[in-house]
Design a protein around this ligand. Structure first.
Ligand SMILES: NC(=O)c1ccc[n+]([C@@H]2O[C@H](COP(=O)([O-])OP(=O)(O)OC[C@H]3O[C@@H](n4cnc5c(N)ncnc54)[C@H](O)[C@@H]3O)[C@@H](O)[C@H]2O)c1
Length: 328
C-alpha cells in the first residue's frame, strides 16, 4: 500500500493485519507533513508489516517496493483542499504523476489488483439527489481535479492495458489519526484547547460523513470482490450541515457554542456532496457504525490522545494555521 502513514492508510493497514492473518503489508510512504509513524507504532513489531520510506514519484523505489506484491492499495496523496488552493504543484506531482508511476510499475510487475483510493469530491457539488459512478465529473478545486485525473488515468490502464484496476470514491472520512487540519479533528482539538472553531461561510455546506473504519472495510471488500475496471462509491449515508456537526462536537465535549467563529468562505467551496453507494452495497458492504456513536468515539479518541495531536499542533502546523485563518 501507499500512504500508510496517513489517516486512512494507517487505519487500513491495521484493518488488514487485524482481519486477515494470512496477509502482509508493505507500506510505501514519503512521510510528508501528513505522514506520521506514530500512527503505526502498534504494527511495527508485526513480522507481516514492512515500512519503506519513499516517494511514489520515484520509479526505482516504487518498482522495488512492488516486488513480490499481489495487490496495490494506493492511498498516498496530497489531500487538503485549502493547501491545493494556495498552491497546486505538489498536488499534480503526487496525485497525478505519482499515480502514473505506480500504474506503470504495476503493469511491469503484473500486479493482480490495483485499488485507486479516491474521493466523492470529483463529482463536484450535488444540488439534488446522489452521484452515481458514471455521472460526469465536475471537480471544483485543484485537489479534486488532481484526484479526478488520477482515477481516470487508473481506469484508462484497465481499458487500455488490462491492468486490473478498481477505483473507490468515498465521502468525507473521520476517525482516529486524522491530521488536525481537517475539520473534525481541528474542531475537536480546538474545543479541547478552548480556542475558536473557524466555521466557513454560513456553515450550511453539507458533507456525507463516513467513519474511517467503515471506509477501510469497504476498500477491503472492493479489493477482494470488486470487478476489474469498475468504480465504487462509498458513502456513509450521513448528510450533516457543517454548523450542525460543529454544535455536536461542542456538545459532546461540554463546550460553549460561543467558540464558533464564522470565517470567510473557502473559494470554490462545494455546497453539498452525496453518493449513491448501491454498487458497493451489492458487493456485501454496509457501514457498521452509526454516525452518532462514531463521532462520540472519535471525540473520545482525541480527548484521550493529546500526546498524539499536541506535538502536531504546536509544530509547523501552528504557522500554517495562523496564516490560513488570520486573513479571514
Ligand atoms: N480523508 C478523507 O476524508 C478522504 C475522503 C475521500 C478520499 N480520500 C483519499 O484517501 C487517500 C488517503 O487520504 P488521507 O486523508 O488518509 O490522507 P493523509 O493526508 O492523511 O495522508 C496522506 C499520506 O500520503 C503520504 N504521501 C503524500 N505524498 C506522498 C508521495 N509523493 N509519496 C509517498 N507518500 C506520500 C503522506 O506522507 C501521508 O502519509 C487519499 O488518496 C485521499 O484523496 C480521503
Amino acid at each position: 500500500m501507499t500512504g500508510g502513514a496517513g489517516f486512512i492508510g494507517s487505519n487500513f493497514a491495521r484493518h488488514i493485519l487485524g482481519s486477515h492473518p494470512e496477509d502482509s503489508v508493505v507500506n510505501l510512504d514519503k512521510l510528508t507533513y501528513a505522514g506520521n509513524l506514530e500512527n503505526l507504532r502498534d504494527l511495527e513489531k508485526d513480522p507481516r508489516y514492512r515500512f519503506v520510506r519513499g516517494d511514489i514519484c520515484d520509479r526505482v523505489v516504487v518498482r522495488e517496493a512492488m516486488e513480490g506484491v499481489d495487490a496495490v492499495v494506493h492511498c498516498a496523496a496530497e489531500t487538503h483542499v485549502d493547501r491545493s488552493n494556495a498552491g497546486a504543484g505538489e498536488f499534480l506531482t503526487t496525485n497525478v504523476s505519482g499515480t502514473f508511476t505506480l500504474l506503470e510499475a504495476a503493469r511491469e510487475r503484473k500486479i493482480q489488483r490495483f485499488v485507486a483510493v479516491g474521493t466523492d469530491e470529483v463529482y463536484g457539488s450535488i444540488a439534488k439527489g446522489a452521484a452515481r459512478e458514471l455521472d460526469p465529473l465536475n471537480p471544483s478545486n485543484p485537489y479534486s481535479a488532481s484526484k479526478a485525473a488520477a482515477d481516470l488515468l487508473a481506469r484508462a490502464y484497465w481499458t487500455t492495458h488490462r491492468l486490473p484496476v478498481v477505483v473507490t470514491r468515498s465521502s468525507n472520512n473521520f476517525g482516529p489519526y486524522q491530521y488536525p487540519e481537517k475539520v473534525i479533528p481541528l474542531f475537536i482539538t480546538n474545543a479541547l484547547e478552548d480556542t475558536p472553531l473557524p466555521l466557513y461561510g454560513d456553515g450550511k455546506n453539507v458533507r456525507d460523513w463516513l467513519y474511517v473504519l467503515d471506509n477501510c472495510a469497504a476498500i477491503d471488500v472492493v479489493l477482494r470482490k470488486g470487478k476489474d475496471g469498475e468504480i465504487y462509491n462509498i458513502g456513509g449515508g450521513n448528510e450533516v450541515e457543517n454548523v450542525v456537526l460543529t454544535r455536536q462536537v461542542l456538545h459532546l465535549l461540554g463546550k460553549p457554542e460561543s467558540l464558533i467563529t464564522s470565517v470567510k468562505d473557502r473559494p470554490g467551496h462545494d455546497r453539498r456532496y452525496a453518493l449513491d453507494s448501491g454498487k458497493v452495497a451489492a458487493l456485501g458492504w454496509k457501514p457498521a457504525h452509526s454516525f452518532g456513536a462514531a463521532l462520540e468515539a472519535t471525540v473520545a479518541w482525541y480527548r484521550d490522545h493529546e500526546a498524539w495531536w499536541k506535538p502536531i499542533k504546536s509544530g509547523a502546523f501552528r504557522a500554517y494555521y495562523e496564516k490560513q485563518y488570520s486573513s479571514r
